[in-house]
Ligand binder design. Structure first.
Ligand SMILES: Nc1nc2c(ncn2[C@@H]2O[C@H](COP(=O)(O)OP(=O)(O)O)[C@@H](O)[C@H]2O)c(=O)[nH]1
Ligand SMILES: [Mg+2]
Length: 320
């Protein structure tokens, strides 16, 4: 009965599956099992809601998902739990797709710097994510340059330089405490002069007030736009999956200060709270573009709603 309806419909993505392993083997295994019960009753719905909350889907979003599931089950007079599980899968995909629809059309023109400004709270995984993005764009044969716009700590600058060496990508950096605007100015000039395809700008995540943050990032934008009118073509907010709902609160603060175009959920491999993607999609409405699944440059997966949901329920060789 289960197999009749419940099968993965997308190609497995190895990175994503590894990233979601803890979530899948934890809460989502329990969710799958819920629907092995023989009846669809209040208890099942309540248990489902609790499990979704445990996976950090969040209170409101969990209620919304379960409410949507219930409405469809009632409307279509479904009494087979296995069919209800199929509907849950669809509802989950739909929730993620709503945010994906807000994706802006981006034009990546060879030789004109496509500028990615990476923002987020200190420690969420920005610098590591930049290395991953560099590797990602290199895969398409694009030339990449990095700018060390987080000038607060010397270690942050060194960390970016090390990634640059590993990835064979030039890094524009000034000394610790330098003006990030000056770093970005130099990087834009260098990228322009060399005809770099993708310039990725690291930023500090520790500006104390929202006003400071807005002013700083606004200034960086203006400097970028002197060279490339559309820059930054991508403003990527990095969120740490392991911080769950707290990460979501921080993300909201950021998106109130800066126009975010894309989200990366980092450290998905370190948590069983992979449900955070649903909360992020619903609460921010900004498309999630990537997930980070480890500490290496290769540990990045593109975010695709249907593949994401399938990877929560199915792992290759895990027998479901
Ligand atoms: N497991 C895991 N660790 C990560 C991931 N992304 C970043 N990290 C680790 O998180 C820590 C902070 O990352 P960093 O890039 O320095 O964060 P930043 O302060 O925002 O620039 C480092 O130890 C990284 O190795 C990820 O996707 N998975
Ligand atoms: Mg950093």
């Amino acid at each position: 009965m289960i197999l009749k309806f419940f099968r993965r419909k997308t190609e497995p993505d190895v990175q994503l599956e590894q990233g979601l392993e803890k979530t899948r083997r934890g809460v989502f295994l329990e969710i799958t099992r819920l629907f092995d019960r023989s009846v669809l009753d209040d208890e099942l719905y309540e248990d489902l809601e609790m499990l979704l909350i445990q996976a950090d889907v969040g209170w409101d979003v969990s209620q919304g998902l379960v409410g949507g599931l219930r409405a469809r089950v009632d409307r279509d007079r479904i009494d087979d739990p296995a069919l209800a599980r199929e509907i849950l899968r669809e509802e989950m995909i739909q929730l993620l797709e709503v945010a994906s629809r807000n994706r802006q059309v981006k034009i990546l023109q060879r030789g004109v710097p496509f500028v990615i400004m990476v923002v987020g709270v200190n420690g969420v995984g920005k610098t590591t994510s930049i290395a991953k993005l560099a590797a990602y764009h290199q895969q398409f044969g694009r030339t990449v340059m990095l700018a060390a716009g987080d000038t607060f700590r010397a270690a942050a600058i060194d960390q970016l330089k090390i990634w640059g060496e590993r990835q064979n990508v030039p890094v524009v950096a000034h000394h610790q405490g330098a003006d990030p605007g000056a770093v970005v100015f130099d990087a834009m000039q260098a990228a322009h002069a060399r005809g770099v395809d993708v310039l990725i700008v690291d930023t500090a995540g520790r500006l104390h007030t929202k006003h400071n943050l807005m002013a700083e990032l606004g200034k960086l934008r203006k400097i970028m736009q002197r060279h490339v009118e559309a820059a930054p073509q991508e403003t990527l907010l990095v969120i740490d999956a392991t911080t769950g709902q707290n990460g979501l609160v921080q993300a909201k603060e950021f998106s109130n200060s800066v126009a975010i175009t894309d989200i990366m959920i980092a450290k998905l491999d370190g948590t069983a709270k992979g449900g955070i993607a649903f909360a992020v999609a619903r609460e921010l409405g900004t498309p999630i573009s990537y997930v980070g699944t480890g500490e290496r440059a290769a540990d990045l997966a593109e975010f695709k709603p249907e593949t994401y949901v399938d990877s929560l329920f199915f792992g290759v060789g895990e027998g479901l």
